[in-house]
Design a protein around this ligand. Structure first.
Ligand code: C2E
Ligand code: CA
Ligand code: CA
Length: 534
């Protein structure tokens, strides 16, 4: 009971995990998606801001180019025009001309001008360039509001300048990101920072905000955009809102699927165990014909499972279920038990072959050799030849150990056959190194036979290979006289299939053996489709 309980708890855990999986994955994916979305917004906001700053710079330099027309004219004469140009054009705080380090004319200060350093409240940068621009925290006239100063110097120490009011840029920043709490800043030539937005950037685990920086390719402008964590959370919430109902459906589906799978899994395992105890399994035997004895040379044991309601479960289904659920070993032990009981009543010649199918897992099991030896011991007085039918897969898995066990059993007179030959992935070297006696050609190859005179290249190659390796060949699933005759002509000794006999239950087999077992198989000519044509 405790084992069963553990099974149950484990099942519940699996169902819960299956239910949580889509939710956890969804939460993770939406978080990544939200980050991505917000980052894209950050990039596009930074680019918009950069474009606007470049446009203002274009304006400033255009203005400076226009100012060149006033070169060599005295300030008093051009002051009016300067004032008009400075006020009528947007963005400008003031414009003017330079003489050395002094301002020789200005749209804002009338005749009392001072130096460039006084005007921009800091010394001009030493760039060595004729054109430069820099952001400053204020100017002489407006000391507490940032601005951008543009200067064009001529070789004769004169020059022109324009100051753009930082307020325009700050307003623009507020317009594009203020409502979402973006924090933005902008610098010209690494000068004073022109910034907007609140400074509430408390990092929150994954949702921490990172600054995104972009540089202009045309001007020395750097912009930086920081998105608050609250924006990330908002984007995440939105993604979750769309995703969660879907995830919930997936969760439920996955839980139902897991529960179903578990129920089937547990039930196959329990069901086979119960069927063994209730003796629902029986063995059918399919006779094998020998072309040298011209009589029945043996039989293959095939398991049958009949439910109490009369339904038969197909062997390929319950055998693979038993293999998958770890029940193949007890099932094969049960088979040996049933066979030993059946064989007690058989009247057969010494050397009669009894074939039984073995699964790869059983061959690797510690009890394998003892199981077979015990069976051999129980049917010893019949002097039969036990043939172990293995698939190609069982040779490949843990080959060396399997080969040792087979050698041990062969030394006691048992034979080893490869079943369904040609359907697995066995390399020819295995055939050479393994202790083998027979090869059973899969019925797929037998089906390919079209007529006595039509070549069947793959089948012919397999038969030739067996002759070379000195292995006896058995053709499986032989259903027609043509197939039988084709194989006989090519030296295939053993024949198994509906053409000779179907699998029979124990009682029918005994009757069949005494009536037909000794008779040769005569090819009935009217079975030959070719004969009708000629
Ligand atoms: P297998 O070992 O290749 O067995 C031969 C299968 O071919 C049997 O199917 C048999 O009834 C069928 N057969 C025989 N002659 C003909 C024929 O002329 N035409 C056609 N169409 N079929 C023919 P069955 O009994 O349904 O078994 C299917 C498979 O289940 C077996 O293939 C074997 O791999 C597995 N199996 C059956 N009993 C056991 C068992 O006791 N232990 C293990 N490990 N596997 C078993
Ligand atoms: Ca077989
Ligand atoms: Ca087979």
């Amino acid at each position: 009971m405790p084992l069963k309980k553990r099974h149950h708890d484990f099942g519940w855990l699996l169902i819960v995990c299956a239910g949580l999986l889509p939710l956890v994955l969804g939460i993770l994916c939406t978080a990544i998606e939200a980050r991505h979305t917000v980052h894209q917004q950050q990039i596009s906001t930074a680019n918009t801001l950069l474009t606007q700053a470049e446009k203002m710079s274009d304006n400033a330099w255009d203005m400076i180019t226009e100012l060149r027309q006033y070169h060599y004219q005295p300030c008093a004469q051009i002051e009016d025009q300067l004032q008009r140009a400075g006020t009528l054009n947007p963005y400008f705080r003031s414009i003017g001309m330079l003489k050395g380090g002094d301002i020789s004319c200005s749209s804002a200060f009338g005749l009392k001008h001072g130096t460039l350093t006084e005007m921009m409240l800091q010394p001009p940068p030493t760039t060595g360039k004729a054109w430069w621009s820099i952001s400053v925290r204020g100017t002489y006239g407006v000391q507490n509001r940032p601005a951008v100063v543009f200067v064009r110097q001529l070789p004769d120490t004169s020059g022109f300048w324009a100051v753009i009011d930082g307020q325009y840029l700050m307003d623009f920043m507020n317009a594009i990101g203020g409502s979402r709490g973006y924090q933005m800043s902008l610098q010209f030539s690494g000068g004073a920072v022109i910034a907007s937005g609140q400074n509430d950037m408390r990092p929150k685990l994954y949702m921490k905000s990172e600054a995104f920086q972009a540089d202009s390719s045309r001007y020395p402008i750097t912009v930086s955009v920081t998105v608050p964590a609250s924006e990330l959370l908002k984007a995440w919430r939105q993604a979750l809102f769309i995703f969660l109902p879907m995830a919930a459906i997936f969760s439920i589906l996955l839980m139902i699927l897991t529960a179903n799978w578990l129920r089937r899994r547990i039930s196959w395992h329990d069901e086979i165990g119960r069927a063994i105890r209730a003796r629902q399994f029986s063995v059918h035997y399919q006779p094998v014909y020998s072309n040298t004895l011209h009589a029945c040379a043996g039989a293959e044991a095939l398991l049958r499972w009949q439910r109490p309601n009369g339904d038969m479960i197909r062997p390929d289904i319950f055998i693979s279920a038993a293999e998958a659920e770890g029940m193949i070993v007890p099932l094969t032990q049960h088979l040996l038990e049933l066979m030993a009981e059946d064989i007690q009543d058989w009247q057969v010649e010494p050397g009669f072959h009894i074939g039984l199918n073995l699964a790869a897992e059983h061959l690797q099991h510690a009890d394998f050799v003892t199981d077979i030896e015990l069976f051999a011991e129980r049917i010893k007085d019949k002097q039969m030849c036990i043939t172990l039918e293995l698939t190609e897969r069982s040779l490949i898995e843990d080959g060396e150990m399997v080969a040792r066990k087979l050698r041990h059993l062969r030394a006691q007179g048992m034979k080893v056959a490869i079943d369904d030959f040609g359907t697995g992935h066995c390399s020819l070297t295995y055939l050479l190194t393994f202790p083998l006696d027979y090869l059973k050609i899969d019925r797929g190859f037998i089906n390919a036979i079209e007529g006595l005179d039509v070549e069947t290249p793959v089948l012919d190659a397999i038969i030739n290979l067996c002759h070379k390796l000195e292995l006896d060949v058995l053709g499986e699933g032989v259903e027609t006289a043509t197939q039988f005759e084709y194989l006989r002509q090519r030296g295939v000794i053993f024949i198994q299939g509906y053409y000779y006999a179907r699998p029979l239950d124990n009682d029918r087999l005994r009757a069949w053996l005494s009536e037909q077992g000794h008779k040769p198989l005569l090819v009935e000519e009217h079975h030959e489709p070719e004969l009708h044509h000629s």
